[in-house]
Write a protein that binds this ligand. Structure first.
Ligand code: MTE
Ligand code: MO
Length: 402
């Protein structure tokens, strides 16, 4: 079903995308080289060309230039799957099972019922892989070697998880709510992709079973006909093609929660805890860390001395809200405030821009850093961890003033 089509450019010496996304000049901008390379632009059926990191399973990232739009178009939204068996779901035949020992009853919902029997809710929220920017990790770490684009922002519409859980009668002993999707492993021995979140998080009014993305049905690659939305938390919990929701009175046993997607305890200033899955030394990743990206400039881009330059970008966090974005033109010695753009809600990308007029000829590095309502900010030095999660090193672009 996944035919390899439209291979547009093979980047032997570095792929150049109009307006952003070049990775060829990290060394010059003083960034760690990591393992990321320019990648190959390739279009999955129904998608625009994205940067291919792997084909089976499909892992495709969004070029930086497309992340300048506050809402990421559906056909440019990144794609990440762990398992290679991804069925095409027939909307009419699809069913969502709801139950578990943490529920008093059980229920099977059709797509029709999901849309008709529950109040529709909407939230604009960033969907970002915990491993976004892993390919920039220095030293190198194994995994999908993402650049900056394993993320997107969309307006999600669906039924509230809490309303669905209320329909089956959640018992007070329920500690976690687990999700399974229609995808299955290709090889025996590969664990099925099953995830859970704490019950309190599932009861958040912004947690949804979404059947619309930016006003349209979800693309197949992003979880048609319905997926879980956990605003503020990394995308690993955002189960696609969801087929079951299970309330559990004991913590889920799943490789994808117990072993993968975990970080050393205390390493990051995460506020939301997932207590039932914490060990002595590690904890599941929960919220996204505060982060930002310069979206309209590329490394090596030329500007004339005395000519005004407007840098544009986006900032986001785990849902506390972006309060400030600052830029530095002197290697972080001084920082100047950027202007924040439209606020689409605390879970959304927040656009920003920063105008400056370079006077001196030669190379010039621009860095951006965001901070949120808690006062949390980004890091200048990578906070190294073996799985390569939560990379929020200041984004830096090197331009040439001529
Ligand atoms: N069914 C299913 N859902 C899934 C996954 C998966 O492998 N299977 N991967 C998760 C992870 S780790 C990420 S980063 C997001 C990616 O969402 P996207 O492909 O819509 O961008 O989906 C999540 N939901
Ligand atoms: Mo992910």
């Amino acid at each position: 079903m996944t035919s390899r089509r439209h291979v547009l450019k093979v980047a032997a010496g570095g792929l150049v995308l109009a307006g952003g996304g070049g990775f060829a000049r990290f060394a010059r901008a003083g960034l760690p080289a990591g393992a990321v390379d320019a990648g190959v632009l390739d279009a999955l059926p129904g998608k625009q060309p994205l940067i291919k990191r792997s084909f089976r399973p499909p892992n495709y990232e969004t070029p930086v230039a497309y992340l300048g739009d506050v809402l990421t178009p559906n056909d440019r939204f990144f794609v990440r799957w762990h398992l290679a068996n991804i069925p095409t779901v027939d909307a009419a035949a699809w069913r969502l099972g709801v139950g578990g020992d943490g529920a008093s009853g059980s229920l099977t919902l059709s797509l029709e019922q999901l849309k008709r029997d529950f109040e529709a809710a909407e939230v604009v929220a960033v969907c970002q892989c915990a491993g976004n920017r892993r390919g920039l990790s220095d030293p190198h770490v194994p995994g999908v070697e993402w650049g900056y684009g394993a993320m997107g922002n969309a307006r999600w519409k669906g039924a509230r998880l809490k309303d669905i859980l209320a329909r089956v009668g959640l018992r007070k002993e329920a500690v976690e709510i687990a999700f399974d999707g229609a995808d299955t492993p290709l090889l025996e021995g590969t664990p099925d992709f099953v995830k859970s979140i704490p019950t309190w998080k599932a009861l958040d009014e912004n947690a949804l079973v979404a059947y619309e993305m930016n006003g349209a049905p979800l693309p197949h690659w992003n979880g048609f006909p319905a997926r879980i939305i956990v605003p503020g938390w990394t995308a690993t919990y955002w189960m696609k093609q969801v087929v079951s929701i299970t309330a559990l009175t004991t913590p889920l046993k799943s490789f994808w929660v117990n072993t993968a997607y975990r970080i050393p305890k205390g390493k990051f200033a995460s506020v939301d805890r997932f207590v039932s899955q914490e060990s002595e030394t590690t904890t599941p990743v929960t919220e996204m860390v505060v982060n930002s990206l310069i979206t309209n400039l590329t490394d090596g881009q030329r500007f004339r001395a005395g000519q005004a330059v407007v840098a544009k970008g986006i900032a986001w966090d785990g849902g506390y809200g972006i309060r400030r974005v600052e830029c530095s033109l002197d290697d972080g010695r001084t920082w100047q405030a950027a202007d924040l753009g439209a606020d689409l809600g605390r879970y959304s990308f927040r656009p920003w821009q920063f105008a400056f007029t370079p006077r001196v000829r030669g190379p010039l590095a621009l860095q951006a850093r965001a901070s949120n309502a808690l006062g949390a900010s980004q890091t200048g030095e990578l906070i190294f961890n073996a799985p390569g999660y939560h990379n929020n090193v200041f984004h830096k672009i090197g331009i040439d003033i001529t």
